[in-house]
Design a protein around this ligand. Structure first.
Ligand code: UTP
Length: 292
């Protein structure tokens, strides 16, 4: 397999979720019974990736603690006769290698990815935003399909896209496909947060990317854009402008992105996740019916 390492940026301040994120990382917000970032790691391992590099920042140590093996907690559950809860900690024992580096200044997503350069070196890699997951209960194999597509097309990058309603295009990076966009399509350009009228399509970047290591060179030369941040989109646009090839892969119908970055999408994501819970979902559905 050509892509063995995932870079998971989790260093953002999450200001859109204040005051919730004042002292806790948004990536640790619960989706159902697990923190968002645990769902993300499970999605990646289901696609065969076992090496995770988190790009962390101030106030994010809860993420590192979460993936540690907590011997004292295990012992406590044993001596207090709560062995039945030990299964909830099985994820600690998965054969996954976790690595952490710090983004020492929050200069944007592009800059966070650049912080992974010394670790990733000359390997291709997958980027998975730590505040978004694709599909519930690791039912999506989009990362696997992106890696296959990357190998088959030998593209410079593969980006996942989701269809969004026309009146939401202003919130996303939007694809300008070359010709008709099928399930897999070549990109002509990427337009960051276009107006509804200017948007060349309704295909929005969906938090997953496969990149060649050459993107690090692009990012190191990318000037800060909006908000003084180094934008990943700008680096991709430069690759395209130089004649590089970037391929878009469309999420399948029913394969949704769950984003915890703002309250509206976080509330929806939490509800869907809780409703899909095999143990508590039906009970919650009943309570909601009564409430509504
Ligand atoms: P966002 O674009 O949602 O930015 O980040 P943010 O700073 O976290 O949130 P707001 O806009 O202040 O509410 C998308 C992903 O990129 C990471 C975030 O942690 C999130 O997982 N990120 C963003 C970084 O790692 N570093 C940054 O400088 C910015």
């Amino acid at each position: 397999m050509s892509v063995q390492v995932a870079v998971i940026p989790v260093a953002g301040r999450g200001t859109r979720l204040l005051p919730l994120t004042k002292c806790q990382p948004k990536e640790m917000l619960p989706l159902g019974r697990k923190p968002t970032v645990q769902h993300v790691v499970e999605e990646l391992t289901a696609s065969g990736i076992r090496e995770m590099l988190f790009v962390t920042g101030p106030g994010k140590t809860a993420i590192e603690n979460h993936f540690d093996i907590d011997v004292e907690l295990i012992e406590h559950l044993r001596v207090t006769g709560k062995e039945d809860l030990l299964a909830e900690l099985d994820f600690e024992r998965e054969e996954i290698d976790y690595f952490y580096t710090r983004q020492r200044r929050q200069l944007g997503l592009g800059h966070a990815i650049l912080c992974a350069r010394p670790f990733v070196g000359d390997r291709p890699f997958l980027v998975a935003l730590g505040d978004s997951l694709i599909g519930l209960n690791h039912e999506s194999d989009v990362c696997r399909r992106m890696i296959d597509c990357f190998e088959e097309t030998a593209a410079d990058a593969v980006i996942a896209f989701q269809e969004v309603p026309r009146d939401e295009v202003e919130q996303y990076g939007i694809a300008l496909p070359k010709g008709e966009a099928g399930d897999i399509f070549d990109l002509d350009d990427l337009i960051e947060k276009p107006s509804r009228d200017e948007a060349p399509s309704n295909l929005a970047v969906a938090a997953r990317y496969v990149c060649r290591p050459s993107i690090f060179q692009e990012l190191s030369q990318t000037q800060p854009g909006k908000g003084g941040e180094i934008q990943l989109t700008d680096a991709f646009r430069h690759v395209l402008a130089q004649g590089g090839r970037i391929v878009g892969l469309r999420l399948r119908p029913g394969e949704k992105r769950y984003d915890v970055g703002n309250f509206e999408s976080y509330f929806n994501a939490f509800l869907e996740c809780a409703l899909a819970d095999p143990e508590y979902g039906d009970q919650l559905r009943e309570s909601l019916r009564k409430l509504l």
